[in-house]
Design a protein around this ligand. Structure first.
Ligand code: FAD
Length: 448
């Protein structure tokens, strides 16, 4: 039986980042995933990279009318989905080889198969026993499936199968008003697909403040997306031409569409690991229970990323991986989750960090809100998109910036300045005194 200092299960952003850190520290490290193609995990294979590559094409279409107005002689005649799919696969392969190279440089060994625990020092990987001193579980999450919406890969798709489409549907109903649902609504509507976005909650993006959700819904409606909030699916009928969804919102009605995309959430990938054999505990929802140092109740086993109950982002998994790997070697550092930026690459983009207005009020903080609209920002106008605003949550007593939300073009890029401000406990005066490049979208912070 082969024996390693550390074994990392799952080669997504959390797993490969941790393995690289451990390998660089000189530990004999093995990284396991189900197949070589899974290196990069959800993020690379069917998450961040694929969605953002698709959305980038959509962002050009949404700006086309402004730039043709500026005299540019272009005409968007549609989208060759097959070509976009091929380019995305090529991009993923290129990025995967970059990760393989980094693993190689760090001296990390890889092995492919399905890992399950035999005990707290041994795993079985598709019939092969492997021993370890310490282990990191980074098995991520998987698409949630419910009996009402049985995924068939033809008419009812998840965010996984949607990347197999080689032609655009005429119409699509997207179930789920979270980040994934909003991003796909943006993509399909940019190319003229008739999109109905159905959310069970009273607003889109339930974690965000109400004014942000309202602004997003306004933009979606303007771009032709039908948004139905407080709406539940009652019945799903698949037939030869498409799908009939019976829904209950303000009234009971039927929606006809060619395809349904289920974006109702993700569940931790922990059921098949036989955690009980290793004495590792999980919650009723399946999340592995860890302390602030990412250590499970079994002291030589750690867990991180989407398989624990922290924000489900690749950047969170990266941050947790670095800290967990260092803790595994020798330490008790913690992650600054309270600042964790969250992002939605919809049109308009949304990004926030630190406390939202809702969070701050729930915590009984004395705050005031500073808002500035991109309508006054020269670069936003030059970029062809001056919709949206920046909202900063500031402590009334100390002027310290507690959090911020940006809705509008470039939000996912300019949020980093706010991450730094919250992390470094800067005041809104500090920010206003900083020299910002002119013209830039970030300059909007001068007006707060
Ligand atoms: C459509 C979509 C868009 C997204 N967009 C973004 C975005 O723009 N930005 C962002 O930050 N995040 C985004 N995310 C979230 C992001 O992809 C995840 O948060 C991130 O991939 C989590 O990383 P992870 O390492 O914890 O797990 P994963 O990336 O899920 O990797 C886990 C790996 O473990 C493997 N595995 C599981 N069980 C076993 C086992 N028993 N044995 C061996 N291997 C196993 C799996 O095959 C998988 O490769 C998106 C997600 C989706 C679905």
């Amino acid at each position: 039986m082969k024996h390693f200092d550390t074994v990392v299960i799952g080669a997504g952003p959390g797993g490969y980042e941790a393995a690289i850190e451990l390998g660089r520290a000189g530990l004999k490290t093995l990284l396991i995933d189900k197949s070589k193609e899974r290196i990069g995990g959800t993020c690379l294979n069917e998450g961040c990279i694929s969605t953002k590559n698709y959305l980038e094409s959509a962002s050009y279409v949404s700006k086309a009318s402004y730039f043709t107005d500026c005299g540019l002689d272009v005409e968007v005649r549609g989208l060759n989905m097959e070509r976009l799919r091929e380019k995305t696969i090529a991009l993923k392969n290129e990025l995967r080889s970059g990760v393989v190279w980094l693993l190689d440089q760090a001296g990390v060994e890889t092995f492919f198969g399905e890992a399950t625990f035999i005990d707290f020092h041994t795993i079985d990987v598709s019939g092969e026993k492997i021993g370890f001193e310490k282990c990191i579980i980074a098995t991520g999450a998987k698409v949630r499936e419910i009996p009402l919406l049985p995924l068939d890969g033809k008419r009812i798709l998840s965010s996984r199968e949607v990347f197999d489409l080689t032609t655009l549907p005429k119409s699509i109903a997207i179930i789920g008003g979270g980040a994934v649902g909003c991003e796909f609504a943006t993509f399909f509507s940019a190319f003229g697909v008739n999109v109905t976005l159905i959310a069970r909650g009273a607003q889109l993006l339930t974690g965000e403040d109400e004014d942000i959700s309202k602004a997003l819904i306004r933009s979606f409606k303007k771009s032709g997306i039908t948004v139905m909030t407080s709406t539940s699916i009652l019945k799903v009928h698949v037939h030869t031409e498409g799908v009939t969804l019976s829904v209950q919102g303000q009234i009971e009605e039927d929606i006809e569409c060619e395809l349904v995309l289920s974006a109702i959430g993700r569940d931790p990938n922990t059921q098949d690991l036989h955690l009980e054999n290793a004495g590792v505990q999980s919650s009723s929802k399946g999340y592995i229970i860890v302390n602030a140092s990412f250590q499970t109740i079994q002291q030589n086993i750690y867990a991180l990323g989407d398989c624990i109950d922290t924000p489900a982002y690749a950047h969170t998994a990266y941050a947790e991986a670095k800290i967990a790997a260092r803790n595994l070697i020798n330490g008790t550092s913690e992650c600054n989750h309270h600042i964790n930026p969250s992002t939605v690459f919809s049109n308009p983009q949304i990004a926030c960090c630190g406390l939202s207005e809702k969070d701050a009020k729930e915590q009984g903080r004395s705050i005031h809100i500073k808002k500035a609209f991109l309508k006054v920002n020269a670069k936003a106008k030059i970029n062809g998109d001056d919709s949206g605003f920046v909202k900063m949550i500031v402590c009334s007593h100390s002027d310290t910036i507690l959090g911020a939300t940006i809705i509008g073009g470039e939000a996912t890029e300019i949020i980093h300045e706010m991450v730094m401000a919250v992390e470094q406990k800067l005041t809104s005066k500090d920010l206003a005194n900083m020299i910002h490049v002119h013209p830039s979208v970030s300059e909007i912070f001068r007006y707060l």
